[in-house]
Design a binder for this molecule. Structure first.
Ligand code: GTB
Length: 224
């Protein structure tokens, strides 16, 4: 049986591929691995059956069957799942030890250094927009994101990818940067915009994007 991941039955992003199952789908496609997806409602994500897989009641999760020699496996962090796919299959991590460690380094940089200020800024837009001090706070959050984008832009320079060939590090970085695609913040850094576009032009990305989009379309009750 192929591994099974979970995703939103009704993604709030309306099929734009911003939810974190997209990075898993992309990793599977790059690695050439079949996978199945179980779509969950928000209510199902908080039920005991899902909480047994994911202690925080979120998506995505990853389940693989045992092989007889190896026990089955359940994972629940998108970074750990992408690295697991990358370590088990070809195409996402270099063979050479140093290059491999640097690619993993970039996965962590995407998740631990770039993603937090981007997510905090987005969350403020949902939860603090009505506050009297929102404008001042947004300027502060924008400055934090801008600092990281500037630093990343300088490191990437004119290169296609962050460290040699495309790797899981690029997959994760592009996935994270997509959260602010189309924003004025990103527009200041044409090399990052081009970097995202290079990731999105990969056939594996397109197959993954189309699959999550098809899942969203199929789940729409009204065709709206
Ligand atoms: N650290 C975990 C990981 O990387 O796997 C974080 C997982 C996570 O945040 N999951 C979100 C979730 O399940 C979905 S991806 N949220 C529901 C809950 O917590 O109850 C985050 C996300 C959601 C929606 C959009 N969007 O609509 O654009 C984008 C990203």
């Amino acid at each position: 049986m192929p591994p099974v991941i979970t995703g939103f039955a009704h993604s709030p992003d309306r099929g734009r591929g911003h939810a974190r199952d997209m990075r898993l789908r992309w990793a599977f496609e790059e690695a050439g691995v079949d996978y199945d997806v179980r779509l969950l409602s928000f209510a199902q994500m908080k039920e005991p059956a899902h909480l047994a897989l994911h202690p925080f009641g979120q998506i995505p999760t990853y389940e693989e069957d045992g092989t007889g020699e190896e026990e089955g496996l359940t994972l629940f962090e998108s970074g750990a799942i992408v690295l697991h796919i990358a370590e088990r299959h070809g195409g996402l991590l270099p063979e050479e030890a140093g290059a491999r460690a640097r690619a993993i380094n970039w996965v962590f940089a995407a998740l631990n250094t770039m993603e937090p200020p981007i997510v905090e800024r987005e969350a403020a837009g949902y939860t603090e927009r009505e506050k009297s001090w929102y404008g001042e706070r947004l300027a502060m959050l924008d400055a934090r994101v801008d600092q990281r984008l500037g630093e990343l832009s300088r490191r990437l320079g004119e290169a296609d990818w962050l460290d040699g060939a495309f790797s899981a590090g690029d997959l994760m970085m592009v996935s994270v940067l997509r959260r602010i695609e189309g924003s004025a913040l990103l527009a200041r850094y044409p090399n990052l915009t081009a970097y995202i576009a290079r990731g999105q032009a990969r056939p594996a990305y397109q197959r993954a994007f189309d699959a999550q989009r098809a899942a969203f379309e199929a789940a729409r009750p009204d065709g709206a």
